[in-house]
Design a protein around this ligand. Structure first.
Ligand SMILES: C[S@@+](CC[C@H](N)C(=O)[O-])C[C@H]1O[C@@H](n2cnc3c(N)ncnc32)[C@H](O)[C@@H]1O
Length: 351
């Protein structure tokens, strides 16, 4: 075929499909998503033309991936291994010894070398780039003939309404590949969630069960009523301040129990982003934490992305984990566009 071949992808550690969905928006055909967590099947299959395989990536065989690629000419293996072992928070605890999750990057690397896809991408937390395991991964790709580029991408520069920095790697066997500078104008919390109907703490919206906010204790209701946009617990009357805040250790976490500011980016969405006490996750003006739908939209999922089957119970812990762990869809789109443009540039050489 002359012109550009469609990229066919397998997404390892696919989660609820942030990367899968973003790649698809950019024109990549993601045929298979693999994750250990069976709760990912519904969101992957309901929102994407992607089949889901519940499996441990460490036990995956090259033929599992090759059969999904079929006879496609341009294949992509994507793998966003869990990031907790590489975060700065967990590094100090684990600095002295390997953690089994770190091995997942090796499993991914082994699969790349066995399958030899045309393209590879990986996303993780920025501290990973200083780790030997990452340097080994890059060296293994280069030794196998891949051109590699990686960079830390700030979510605010790709149109994400969130202060989230991620390490992105792309590799290609077609030719030199570069992650383009991201320079989109900034998007605010207001731009994304101002249009959603108001709800109270503990309420679930009748038309969208994901637009549900966790209930608040009487004390926390009083606290949020005294919280200012972008402010801290220091704005509260003394009697509402918890003893742990006034201790030296608490003073270093001024944004817990904070409200987001309408006209700024949101903080990084975490697995606990539905809890008022877990960070600056208070709604800018309603007296509640953000809803799960708001969290997913701040992660750039479409407003109607389905995370659970109709009528299924809403479990904050499970859905918070799935949404907080997701790769923002816009980051997936940025990666997908980079790869599609690269294939366009080198497509002729592959015909
Ligand atoms: C950072 S999240 C991935 C987010 C996802 N790529 C996205 O685009 O939204 C990491 C995922 O790895 C999965 N996981 C952890 N260990 C795994 C393993 N051994 N095999 C397969 N999946 C695993 C977790 O269930 C989790 O969904």
């Amino acid at each position: 075929m002359s012109g550009v071949e469609q990229i066919v992808a397998v997404d390892l550690f696919c989660g609820v499909g942030g990367l899968t969905h973003g790649l698809a928006q950019a024109g990549v055909n993601v045929r298979l998503g693999v994750d250990l967590d069976p709760a990912c099947r519904f969101p992957i299959e309901a929102n994407n033309s992607t089949e889901f395989l519940a499996a441990d990536v460490a036990n995956l065989t090259p033929s599992d991936i090759l059969s999904a690629f079929g006879d496609s000419k341009i294949s992509l293996l994507a793998g966003c291994a869990p990031c907790q072992p590489f975060s700065s928070y967990s590094q100090s605890a684990r600095r002295d010894g390997p953690h089994e999750d770190w091995e997942l990057l090796s499993s991914f690397s082994n699969l790349v070398l066995a399958v030899r896809p045309t393209l590879v991408t990986m996303e993780n937390v920025p501290p990973l780039r200083k780790q030997q395991i990452f340097k080994d991964f890059v060296a293994a790709l280069q030794d196998a003939g891949y051109f590699v580029d990686f960079a830390v991408v700030d979510g605010r520069n790709i149109g994400l309404p969130q202060r989230r920095q991620r390490l992105v790697l792309v590799a290609s066997s077609l030719g030199p590949i570069t992650l383009p500078a991201a320079d989109k104008s900034s998007v605010t919390v207001r731009d994304i969630i101002a249009g959603l109907p108001p709800i109270s703490a503990g309420e679930k919206h009748s038309e969208d069960p994901l637009h549900a906010s966790a209930s608040l204790s009487k004390l926390n209701l009083k606290r949020i009523r005294h919280s200012k946009q972008g402010g801290t617990w220091r704005d509260w009357p003394k009697e509402l301040v918890a003893a742990c805040h006034t201790r030296k250790t608490g003073a270093t976490f001024p944004s817990v129990y904070g409200r987001m500011a309408w006209d700024e980016a949101a903080p990084t969405m975490t697995t606990q982003c539905y809890g008022f006490g877990n960070g600056r996750f208070g709604h800018p003006e309603q007296d509640r934490a953000i809803s799960l739908r708001e969290a997913s939209m701040l992660q750039s999922f479409p407003k109607d992305y389905a995370f659970t089957p109709k009528g299924a119970p809403i479990n904050f812990r499970t859905l918070g984990r799935l949404i907080g762990n997701a790769v923002p869809v816009l980051l997936g789109e940025y990666i997908g566009e980079t790869l599609v443009d690269h294939v366009k540039a080198f497509g002729d050489q592959h015909d």
